[in-house]
Design a binder for this molecule. Structure first.
Ligand SMILES: Cc1ncc(COP(=O)(O)O)c(C=O)c1O
Length: 443
């Protein structure tokens, strides 16, 4: 072992002592493995759609280039197929412009590292994704001008804005206030009370000083008409110039991130923004400038996925996912109502009623359940033993005390599998209750 290995090893030991050690675990999730996958973000089960597979293989056969894009977007990687997909997204999502990225991570890092300027402010929900934080670390915005508000709490956001209003430096300057939100949070599986947050922002910040960025990583393809997302469903698409005839609705979300690694079943992302922000990113975003653009095979796959999302099959898959989500919630609500929260509980989810739109199901179900437990590793191992892949999530991914197992639902799941999972959870609860009773008996 080199000296470096020794030092790194000591740091890894520290992680192990804190129960935070990460390692790669390989699971066989093919149908004959006997394991049921409750951990992937393949919410619409598109990765196993036979019609999508047929469409993709057929298109690949007639596509002139299927391999690498051979360069960054600024060099040889700006092909007609890349531009044409961006045009499709502009139209589909009703955005003034669209810019492809190799991942949602790259898009968030690019935006937050480059767009906010030294005197601007960045306000973010305390649970926004790590990529926003990584972008901000590279940003020139002063550290004291980056402020977190309590998760999904419009009242706390209001308090923060009032405090900012009272400081001369924020009320007198012409700086921009960036606000980073997610539509559906990846760890708690809860929706943002978006209209309430936007109303608060409208009350305290002049429109021309505001830039709201909504990360729709977990809602892309799933919610709204044909999967256009939460912003579109609420008529909040922004980023248009005053005179732009495509502008509709209130348009209070200026920038949207739609990612392709989750319900879309591929990889990559598109940032929906104004043409000026797009041009700024092309000029300054290092992950875009210095990295090879998405390969042709992915561009073709994305065209095929969007054919599916816009078809009847897409509608059916979204409906199936919502009914799976509602069924799980019904069974779990029953189990959790008789389970002490110290053993297992769900974070509160009072926000769904905020999201009302004719373009959304009356009670949109979430495909993510963050089941809080002090023993996530043990519960995950217990469930794996029963044939369910459910992954533990521990700090620093979530705050200390918010350890959990994360259960992800998919459109293709049948009722029997869900009942079996909830039965296994009930068995775990019974074991823990029996352990508690025996500890108490010994006292
Ligand atoms: C909310 C959110 N934003 C961004 C990302 C990054 O997206 P990608 O996986 O495409 O890099 C993720 C991925 O986990 C996410 O959950």
């Amino acid at each position: 072992m080199t000296e470096l290995d020794h030092r790194l090893d000591r740091l890894l030991e520290g992680r192990k002592e804190k129960n935070r050690f990460r390692s790669l675990k390989e699971y066989d999730i093919t149908s004959n493995s006997g394991l049921v996958d409750f951990s992937s973000n393949d919410y619409l089960s598109l990765t196993s759609s036979s019609s999508l597979r047929r469409n993709y293989l057929g298109k690949l056969a007639s596509t002139p280039s299927i391999f690498g894009s051979t360069g960054s977007r600024l060099l040889s990687g700006c092909t007609p197929s890349h531009s044409s997909l961006e045009k499709r997204f502009e139209k589909f999502f009703n955005s003034p412009s669209a810019l492809l990225f190799n991942s949602g991570w790259d898009a968030n890092v690019s935006f937050f590292a480059t767009v906010p300027q030294p005197n601007d402010w960045v306000i973010y929900d305390e649970l926004v994704h790590a990529s926003v934080h990584s972008g901000l670390r590279a940003s020139r915005t002063a550290v004291e001008r980056r402020l977190a508000f309590n998760h999904n709490d419009p009242k706390h956001l209001e308090k923060l804005l009032k405090r900012m209003q009272n400081t001369a430096s924020s009320s007198n300057d012409s700086s921009t206030i960036f606000v980073a939100l997610e539509s559906l949070y990846s760890m708690d599986g809860d929706f943002s009370p978006l209209p309430a947050l936007l109303d608060v922002l409208e009350k305290y910040v002049p429109r021309k000083r505001l830039c709201v960025i909504l990360d729709e990583a977990h809602s892309t393809g799933v919610y709204g008409d044909k999967g256009r997302g939460i912003t579109h469903a609420l008529g909040e698409e922004g980023g248009f110039d005053e005179g732009d005839t495509r502008r509709r609705g209130k348009g209070r979300v200026d920038v949207r991130l739609m990612t392709f690694g989750k319900a879309v079943g591929c990889s990559g992302a598109v940032l929906l923004c104004s043409p000026t922000v797009r041009s700024f990113l092309i000029n300054f975003a290092r992950p875009l400038i210095f990295s090879t653009a998405l390969p042709h095979s992915t561009i073709t796959a994305l065209e095929c996925v969007w054919d599916t999302l816009q078809s009847e099959e897409g509608d059916q898959r979204r409906q199936s996912l919502m009914s799976v989500a509602r069924y799980v919630h019904t069974l779990l609500d029953d189990l959790l109502s008789r389970t002490p929260p110290g053993i297992l509980h769900l974070p509160p989810d009072p926000m769904i009623p905020f999201l009302t739109s004719p373009n959304l199901a009356p009670k949109p179900g979430s495909p993510i359940l963050g089941l809080l437990t002090p023993n996530p590793h043990a519960l995950s191992a217990f469930l794996l033993d029963k044939g369910f892949i459910v992954r533990p999530v521990v700090p620093p991914t979530v705050p200390p005390g918010a350890e959990r197992v994360r259960i992800c639902l998919r459109a293709g799941m049948d009722k029997r599998v869900i009942e079996e999972l909830v039965a296994a959870l009930a068995e775990w609860v019974d074991i823990k209750l029996a352990e508690d009773r025996s500890v108490r008996a010994k006292l």
